[in-house]
Design a protein. Structure first.
Length: 277
């Protein structure tokens, strides 16, 4: 029965640790070092532990950040009642391979553009052209096509007042809810710290009582053993003394590890490194 209980407890522990089949098979449980049994170490006061934990634990930090976020959301919602001035600006340029320039010396070209009435004399025009063309240089095109603009727009909320009011009320409600959630998280932490302090105090007292009981039981067993050797004690009574000694040792071991566990929880709330060696 004891072996079955041990096997089930080991399986439960490996499942909690999310170990795979191979890792679970190689998993070993090591007993904490007896050096952790510092009975001279005082148990910290509740307020000392709480003030440290409230600054370090992530759930408290998360609750505080949610309050800050909802407060910003409330300011944003309030901003919906104010006029909005927007400024936009742009700069740009462009390049095209179709933007051609002549290459070489220009050539004068004369071409008719009409004739004089009655006399029929031709009217000609003159222009310049080139025998060859190429795309205008990239840098020149960027400079020639450079443009910039600035625009302003002013939005005044007039007809959306009800919508803004609803947004503000909703933001205020979210802010209040986040404050209550933060306080609830801190209240729960205080209760957890108080419980941990009470458990550590009780575990320390239980361990001291168990060690004293074990010392007394060991002396009792030595006396029973001597009486048994002198035929002054029956085998039944001797076995009873042996059983009570074994139970006392078991209780002392249980109390020892419970005390180590409870003090480790206090270290967790204090932000101390967890070391069982």
């Amino acid at each position: 029965q004891i072996e079955n209980s041990l096997m089930i407890a080991r399986l439960t522990l490996t499942n909690l640790l999310l170990l795979g089949p191979q890792e679970a098979q190689e998993f070993e449980i090591l007993a904490p070092s007896d050096s952790l049994l510092d009975m001279e170490r005082p148990i910290p006061e509740v307020l000392t532990v709480y003030s440290t934990a409230v600054q370090n634990l992530p759930q408290i930090k998360a609750a505080e950040l949610r309050v800050e976020s909802s407060e910003v959301g409330m300011d944003i919602a309030q901003g919906g009642r104010s006029p909005q001035l927007s400024v936009r600006g742009s700069i740009g340029s462009g390049y095209s391979g179709n933007n051609q320039v002549g290459v070489g010396e220009p050539i004068d070209v004369i071409f008719p553009i009409g004739e004089v009435a009655n006399s029929g004399e031709l009217v000609v025009g003159e222009t310049e052209t080139y025998n060859d063309f190429e795309a205008k240089a990239f840098g020149e095109q960027l400079e020639d096509n450079f443009n910039q603009s600035v625009s302003f727009s002013l939005t005044i909320p007039i007809f959306n007042g009800l919508s803004v009011t609803s947004d503000v009320d909703r933001a205020r409600l979210n802010y209040r809810i986040s404050q209550l959630d933060e306080q609830a998280a801190k209240n729960q932490l205080l209760q957890d710290v108080q419980q941990a302090h009470a458990d550590a105090t009780a575990a320390q007292r239980s361990y001291l009582a168990a060690t004293q009981a074990l010392e007394a039981m060991e002396l009792n067993f030595l006396n029973a053993e001597k009486r048994f050797e002198q035929d002054m004690l029956s085998p039944v009574e001797f076995n009873d003394a042996k059983s009570r000694l074994a139970m006392s040792r078991t209780e002392a071991i249980r109390a020892k590890y419970d005390y180590i566990f409870r003090m480790t929880i206090m270290d967790f709330y204090l932000g101390n490194p967890i070391n069982l060696q």
